[in-house]
Design a protein around this ligand. Structure first.
Ligand SMILES: [Mn+2]
Length: 326
């Protein structure tokens, strides 16, 4: 795969093509916001564009995908002239759509330690949505783009910086945020929707997290295992636990928070991890085939038995704590 520079990226995007944009699985505001913002840009440039994702987004992110919405589940990608993946760090991050990975023409990403899946890649850019905003700015499209474009970029930027609270928040993120605020969007409403509004199920999930979290390494490592039995007991869905690692991360003294979510088929666990200190969890996740950002990373563990899955994950992250302490 040849790497593009920013100029070459702009040149490619200017070509009028019927385009399908891929988000990563378990979509978050950045992948959705980047994809729908890019759709606005491509449409203004005269291309047709639509967005797809292997997983159904949490309904609270509907304001990002509306009014056009995501395309219905895909059987084939025939008929599209250009396939773009955005905020997708590796082929496996396409989830069920990884079957189309070889057909993707262009990838735009910002994940460190990823499998360098990307044609256009920016290290240390807090959110992929920032890249899309820079594209629009460079092409001098900002004045002609709809309000929805600015809402999408803000959702991505705010989403990936934890509402400008995470350590990845840098001066460029804040400068861009101020430009987005000037554009007149209702940023308070966007932040409320992403961070502060919780469904009954999400509230039950928080209770489940506090009741089931396992504290290790004298409280420095917190692991929450969510099996299908746990979900049934608390009456919660996968949507309700999408963000639950952040609840575990709030416990004082925790250096690494980990969640392990069993798949509906029961054959694997999806692992999410967050670091509260200078511990590179993406490197730890890479040892089990995952990746992400230094302080926020994940992996998929193919393991049906919860107890042996727990032991494997415990070993990986205990090593991280021990190395940090020595
Ligand atoms: Mn992102």
């Amino acid at each position: 795969m040849t790497r593009l520079n920013f100029k070459e990226l702009l040149k490619e995007l200017r070509l009028k093509k019927d385009t399908l944009i891929f988000c990563h699985k378990n979509p978050d505001p950045d992948t959705l916001g980047s994809a729908f913002a890019l759709k606005c840009v491509l449409e203004l440039l005269g291309s047709k564009a639509c967005v797809c994702c292997a997983d159904k987004p949490n309904p609270k992110f509907d304001f990002i995908s509306s009014p056009s919405g995501l395309v219905a589940p895909l059987e084939s990608v025939d008929g599209y002239e250009r396939l773009i993946a955005i905020d997708v760090g590796s082929a496996s991050q396409l989830g069920a759509y990884s079957i189309f990975a070889d057909k993707i023409n262009l990838t735009i990403d910002h994940h460190e330690n990823s499998s360098r899946f990307s044609d256009y890649y920016e290290d240390f850019t807090p959110a992929c949505a920032m890249i899309v905003y820079q594209i629009a700015k460079k092409l001098k499209l900002l004045k002609r783009l709809p309000r929805h474009f600015f809402e999408c970029v803000y959702a991505g930027l705010s989403g990936d910086t934890g509402c400008f609270k995470y350590s990845n928040t840098n001066p460029s993120a804040l400068i861009m945020a101020s430009e987005l605020v000037v554009s007149g969007i209702d940023f308070a409403d966007i932040n409320y929707r992403i961070f502060d509004s919780k469904s009954q199920g999400e509230i039950s999930a928080i209770r489940m997290a506090y009741e089931n979290v396992v504290m290790l390494c004298d409280g420095a490592l917190a692991i929450l295992m969510v099996t299908n039995d746990t979900k049934a007991t608390y009456g919660i869905t996968d949507d309700d636990i999408g963000d639950i690692v952040n609840t575990v991360r709030q416990i004082q003294g925790v250096l690494i928070a980990v969640t392990m979510k069993q798949s509906q088929e029961g054959d694997r666990f999806s692992i999410s991890s967050r670091a509260n200190a200078e511990i590179d969890v993406s490197a730890l996740c890479a040892t089990i085939g995952g990746g992400g950002h230094p302080r926020a990373a994940g992996a998929t563990l193919m393991e049906g038995d919860p107890e042996s899955a727990f032991e494997k994950i415990r070993t990986v992250f205990e090593r991280g704590i021990n190395e940090y302490r020595h």
